[in-house]
Design a protein around this ligand. Structure first.
Ligand code: PEP
Ligand code: MG
Length: 323
């Protein structure tokens, strides 16, 4: 099996009926690039920039950030890179940023909510990203977006910094895609409205599942409710993917579900365009995708959504279709 995967390193990810799917990697630092290249990733689908903040004794400077983003873009040699703006809060803390003690940190002051309130810190990151954009195809992604207002506000700050840099004579790419993570059910439900304004979606299933099922992703007592294959989750995903496609936008996924071998046939059937996962899952997923037919998987996904009542029934159906 390992030998077969090895051969797939430089292969394209195409289904039996010829549909190309983008297989991307999740990274936390530029040091992860070796693993990304060794596993044949076609892109970076999630660069979690909060590690840049967590590994630093104080807020990373614009220059520190610029260097890291440039290293990743150059390291990918022309392949697309999705950089997610800082997602601190929830379970991730910064020693130099005192956050209020909260009853429910996952429902509290986190990610884009902090960035829009601490806008100097956010502008520093946006400037570093804009400057790095000349080094490769950059896609900027905002995490934890719940409302269109939040997206518009974040995008306006980005545009504002871009205008300032341009006025200073600093080059910025005109081809940056700007998208959002879909990880809050409210955004998934009105994905059609978001799709008119964003360039892409990437579904963060780790959070989307916890918020949809009201089951803390870290709490083992309720882990039985953490159900990626629950028809409720599948319906949300279908809504998001269809909404993106209706506006000619692409939809990806960067939560754990994207690399889950039982979920992959369903996600291919739902028409997901990009799958981003830990680099070590890429080759086995490419091997699986090359054995799938999109028409048959679309039929599977439709049955899972319409005919199955429970996650267990969905799993049984997937097994039947991929035997
Ligand atoms: C997610 O929520 O699925 C995600 C990819 O983001 P994180 O795991 O960093 O919250
Ligand atoms: Mg998340």
């Amino acid at each position: 099996q390992k030998a077969e995967w090895e051969k797939l390193k430089h292969a394209e990810t195409v289904t039996t009926d010829g549909k190309h799917i983008e297989l991307a990697a999740n990274i936390g630092t530029p040091k992860d690039l070796d693993g990304v290249r060794n596993n044949g990733a076609e892109a970076i689908g999630l660069y979690r920039t909060e590690f840049l903040y967590m590994d630093s004794p104080d807020f990373p400077t614009e220059e520190d950030q610029y260097k890291a983003y440039k290293a990743v873009l150059e390291g990918m040699d022309g392949k697309p890179v999705v950089v997610r703006t800082m997602d601190i809060g929830g379970d991730k803390e910064l020693p130099y940023l005192t956050l209020p003690h909260e009853m429910n940190p996952f429902l509290g002051y986190r990610a884009i909510r902090i960035c829009l309130a601490e806008d100097e810190m956010f502008r520093t990151q946006l400037r570093a990203l804009l400057r790095a954009s000349v080094h490769g195809p950059l896609r900027i992604m905002f995490p934890m977006i719940a409302t269109l207002q939040e997206f518009r506000e974040a995008k306006a700050l980005l545009e504002d910094e871009k205008a300032k840099l341009t006025a200073e004579g600093i080059a910025v790419s005109d081809e940056i895609q700007v998208g959002i993570m879909i990880e809050i059910p409210a955004a998934a439900v009105i994905a059609d409205k978001f799709a008119k304004e964003v360039d892409f979606f990437s579904v963060g299933t780790n959070d989307l599942i916890q918020y949809t099922m009201a089951a803390d992703r870290m709490n083992e007592r309720v882990s039985y409710l953490y159900q990626p294959y629950n028809p409720a989750i599948l319906r949300l995903l279908k809504n998001v993917i269809d909404a993106a496609h209706a506006e000619g936008k692409w939809a990806g996924m960067c939560g754990e579900m994207a690399g889950d071998q039982t979920a992959v046939p369903l996600l291919v059937g739902l028409g997901l365009d990009e799958f981003s996962m830990s680099a070590t899952s890429i080759l086995k997923t490419r091997s699986l995708m090359k054995r799938l037919d999109t028409t048959k998987m679309a039929e599977l996904a439709e049955k899972a959504i319409n005919d199955c009542d429970t996650a267990d029934e969905v799993v049984a159906l997937v097994e039947q279709y991929t035997k």
